[in-house]
Structure formats: C-alpha cells, structure tokens
Design a protein around this ligand. Structure first.
Ligand SMILES: CC(C)(COP(=O)(O)OP(=O)(O)OC[C@H]1O[C@@H](n2cnc3c(N)ncnc32)[C@H](O)[C@@H]1OP(=O)(O)O)[C@@H](O)C(=O)NCCC(=O)NCCS
Length: 185
C-alpha cells in the first residue's frame, strides 16, 4: 500500500470487481477517458488479473484508490506505458462521480508522483486530458504544478467530433522543488 493524506493506493483484488465494473461503465466519466464502450464483468475480471502481472513486468502500475477514513474504494489510478530507458511514465486517473470535487484526485496524483519519482526512479511523469476537461487541466496545472506542454490536435473522437489531447508533465527536479515549496512556474 502507498499512503497519501486522504487516500491509500493498493493493488486491485478480486473483491474490487463490482466497483471497477460500475466505475468503467459510468457514462459521465467515459466522456473523459480513452474507453469508448461499455465493458463486461469478464473484461473487468481479466483487467484486475492483469494488473499484478504488468506491475511485475515494471511497465505499468495500476492501483485502486481507497478513502483512508472509510476504507472504501473511490477510484483507480496508475502510472502506465513506462519507458524504462528514458524513465518516463503516464498517469491515468478516474474518481467515481460520487467522490469527485472533494480533493481526492489531487492527493491520489501526489501520492502517485511520490511513488513514480521516489520508488520507480522516473525522470518525467506526464498526464493528458481531452481539451474540454477543464476540471482535470485545472487540477493538473494549477493545483499540482504540472507544466502544460501543448495540445495534440484531433487525437480523440467522442460524440461525433474530434477533440485535442492536452499534455502536461513534471520532471523529478520540478517535483523536488515543489516538495521544498519552490514555485518557479
Ligand atoms: C479530474 C479528477 C481526477 C479531479 O479529481 P477531483 O478529486 O475531482 O479534484 P478536486 O477535488 O481537486 O476538484 C476539482 C477542482 O476543479 C474545479 N472544477 C470543477 N469543475 C470545473 C470546471 N468545469 N472547470 C474548471 N475547474 C473545475 C473545482 O473547483 C476544483 O478546484 P478548486 O479546488 O481550485 O476549487 C476527477 O474529477 C475525475 O476522475 N474526473 C472524471 C474522470 C476524469 O476526468 N479523469 C481524468 C482524465 S484525464
């Protein structure tokens, strides 16, 4: 387990099936995620089973986000597509709609950043959001200090039209400065 201020990140277990099945099938979340269709329980069962294997391979670390107070699942997150040479990885996160706008997301991402930089020895961590996801971009840039790199045009297709994909990143050096309270943005 990895402990943050409000959340704990732990590996996915069989007992998480109902929760992840509900989470991935929420249409209000799907508009912001790469997933474009409903997922079956079997697919989610396989997804859970695959998470430990990928972590062992060292290229993808996926966690269930637990509320420290209630010990209940509130979302999932992870560092994916790890480039073991350039020491780079991409964060993904989904908080269940019931628990959004309560500060869990920033704490889960901060906890992931600490894990990525201080346990995995990553050099850079990126995070991307569909350009209309103003909440996510506000959280990543303004609340967490990720640097905006640019928007890849027409990289996503949702609801009958193309959208750009906004990319943000943080280096290990920037993370250390942030921990020391230095803001040179
Ligand atoms: C994006 C997400 C991770 C943020 O986590 P969270 O726990 O909800 O974040 P917070 O509790 O800090 O609250 C959201 C912040 O965005 C602000 N916000 C909410 N809606 C907003 C909008 N439409 N435009 C701009 N800012 C918005 C809130 O005011 C708050 O900022 P503040 O603390 O400065 O007032 C989470 O909402 C989520 O998982 N959303 C659904 C899936 C998703 O978008 N995943 C990310 C894919 S890139």
């Amino acid at each position: 387990m990895i402990t943050g201020e409000k959340v704990i990140l732990r590996m996915a277990e069989k007992e998480d099936l109902e929760f992840v099945y509900d989470l991935i099938n929420r249409e209000e979340n799907r508009q912001y995620l790469s997933v474009y269709r409903p997922m079956s329980k079997k697919e989610e069962e396989d997804w859970i089973a695959g998470t430990a294997q990928k972590a062992t391979a060292g290229t993808d670390y996926t966690f269930i986000i637990i509320d420290r107070k209630t010990k209940k699942q509130i979302g999932n997150c992870g560092i994916h597509s790890i480039d073991t040479i350039a020491r780079h990885g991409e964060i993904g996160i989904t908080i269940h709609p019931k628990f959004q706008n309560k500060g869990y997301g920033p704490d889960a991402i901060t906890t992931l950043l600490r894990f990525g930089f201080e346990s995995l020895n990553l050099h850079m961590i990126t995070i991307a959001a569909i350009e209309t996801n103003k909440r996510a971009i506000h959280v990543y840039k303004d609340k967490l200090g990720f640097k905006y790199e640019g928007t890849l045009r027409d990289r996503k297709y949702k609801n009958g039209r193309y959208y750009g994909s906004a990319w943000l990143s943080m280096t290990r050096d920037e993370w250390e400065k942030r921990k020391e309270g230095v803001n040179d943005a």
